[in-house]
Design a protein around this ligand. Structure first.
Ligand code: NAD
Length: 471
């Protein structure tokens, strides 16, 4: 067994495996692979009891080949320089793969969110934003932040407000952050976007009979047995949309433990139970598993790790009984574990593709903020009028009347949420099939992660070559 390597080294290992397929100038590959800017800051905040605490935080811009850079902000005690560098690098490859016009970035604040009051979290978030502004690490054309583990629309609203109050150019200020509440420039559909994108990706993978046959699975999501680890933003929405698509949730895990019911768990009832009791455990009719990790080795078709990195390791990989590992979280499978899963014929849907729905819809939000107009505002009523005209012409020609329900369904014009969801679906579906094509072109030994890195490196290399710096 090889020695465990860090998260950033794991990302670079995927890069190196893919880079072997190119004969680019080694200095170009070196430029693409390394982190362009790493900012580490310590800042003091006042606690509610009057004491002062010094907080550590980072912002890493991995690649400036396209600007702005883009990436979430994580609040967690596990945050460190290596983790933020790894996550920033993953963002670069994710944006390139999905054809989003951004370089990759990531931020992290080393705190345990549960240990602070709302007022303290607001002071931390605002002070962190101030530190980013001081060093030009945030801005609509520089570096655009977003939610990640431990942060959500509330923190993004504080960032938007702090940034707007600090900079002289207010016109596009709100575009410095995505994942905001809709009332202050957020876009409808962003909160659920990552989980929805995860399910679009799994659905596409489960639609290709030829890929499912070796796994012993039939096409379609209906009846597939699923285990989800982590019921936060990404895990909750992935579980919700999987259940709506007919999949059966046989296991759910949170940090306090996991529950198992081969007949299926009702997600909303589990969430209500956790809200009431403070724990996922003790849910009626389900078996309790003492550790979240125990859920990973449950018998199922699709395992969805949606919490944190390094969950599937060389220790538990031999016991994984899923046929598909759908990486909703970033970096949930270590490099050692990946080799074990690959040798065991388990299909991995890689994070760099599968959880890209969040940044895809963040891109739509950024566009909305820069254009200062809601999607659908210009064309919704116009299109409804055109559709009504068609229906009236059909009614005249056929002497048949549409029912009010039929007419409403057929004339419905595009509103913001339907446009965002359709843009997300288009992006996830076309990227999956491009990825498969690359994998098939490179040969049977190539996995989807390597194919994703090959596509991403190719696109980034072309950007550099077009700048005329490299021969
Ligand atoms: P979140 O904070 O909303 O949710 C994380 C959940 O995981 C929480 O409910 C937490 O209690 C739970 N958890 C923590 N440790 C656990 C453990 N050991 N076992 C089981 N559950 C555990 O975070 P999120 O935004 O859903 O992010 C989850 C993952 O998805 C992260 O890897 C993040 O980088 C990735 N991701 C998030 C987004 C996004 O838009 N939020 C986009 C792309 C990728």
């Amino acid at each position: 067994m090889t020695r465990p390597i860090s998260f950033y080294q794991q990302v670079n290992r995927s890069f190196d495996r893919a880079a072997a397929y190119f004969d680019h100038d080694p200095s170009l590959l070196k430029q693409i692979r390394g982190c362009n800017s790493v900012y580490h800051v310590n800042f003091p905040i006042r606690r509610d009891d009057g004491s002062i605490e010094v907080i550590q935080a980072w912002r890493v811009e991995h690649s400036h080949h396209k600007l702005p850079t883009k990436g979430g902000i994580r609040f967690s005690m596990a945050v460190n320089r290596d983790e933020v560098m790894a996550l920033a690098a993953l963002m670069t490859y994710k944006c390139a793969l999905m054809d989003l016009p951004f370089g990759g970035a990531k931020g992290g604040v080393r705190i345990s969110r549960q240990s602070y009051s709302e007022a303290e979290l607001e002071r931390i978030t605002r002070r962190y934003t101030y530190e980013l502004v001081k060093k030009n690490f945030i801005g609509p054309g520089l570096d655009v932040v977003a939610p990640d583990f431990g942060t959500g629309p509330r923190e993004m609203a504080w960032i938007a407000d702090a940034y707007s109050s600090l900079v002289p150019d207010k016109l596009n200020a709100l575009a410095c952050v995505t994942g905001k509440p809709v009332g202050i420039g957020g876009v409808r559909g962003r909160v659920e976007a990552t989980g929805r994108g995860v399910v679009f990706g799994i659905r596409e993978a489960c639609s290709v009979a030829e890929d499912l046959r070796p796994l012993g699975l039939d096409p379609g999501l209906e009846g597939k047995r699923v285990v989800v680890q982590g019921l936060g933003n990404v895990g909750y929405h992935a579980a919700k949309f999987l259940q709506e698509a007919g999949a059966v949730l046989v296991g759910l895990a949170e940090y306090e433990g996991a529950i198992h019911d081969p007949k299926g768990l009702d997600l909303e009832k589990v969430v209500a139970h956790r809200r009431e009791t403070g724990s996922i455990l003790g849910f009626s009719g389900a078996a309790d598993l003492p550790s979240s990790q125990d859920a990973l080795t449950l018998e199922c078709d699709i395992l969805v790790p949606a919490a944190l990195e390094n969950q599937i390791t060389h220790e538990n990989a031999p016991g994984i009984r899923a046929k598909i590992v759908a990486e909703a979280a970033n970096g949930p499978t270590t490099a050692d574990a990946e080799e074990i899963l690959r040798d065991r014929g388990i299909l991995i849907l890689p994070d760099v593709y599968l959880n890209a729905g969040g940044v895809t819809v963040s891109y739509f939000e950024w566009l909305k903020d820069l254009s200062h107009v809601r999607f659908g505002r210009m064309d919704k009523r116009f299109e409804e009028g055109v559709h009504r005209g068609f229906l009236q012409a059909i009614e005249k020609l056929t002497d048949r009347r549409f029912t009010p329900a039929e007419a409403a369904a057929l004339t419905h014009g595009p509103d913001e949420e339907s446009l965002v969801n359709s843009g997300l679906e288009e992006t996830m579906v076309s990227a999956y099939h491009e990825l498969r094509e690359t994998r098939n072109r490179l040969g049977a030994v190539v996995d989807l992660r390597t194919a994703a890195f090959v596509d991403a490196i190719d696109k980034i290399a072309r950007s550099y070559l077009e700048m005329g710096i490299w021969p």
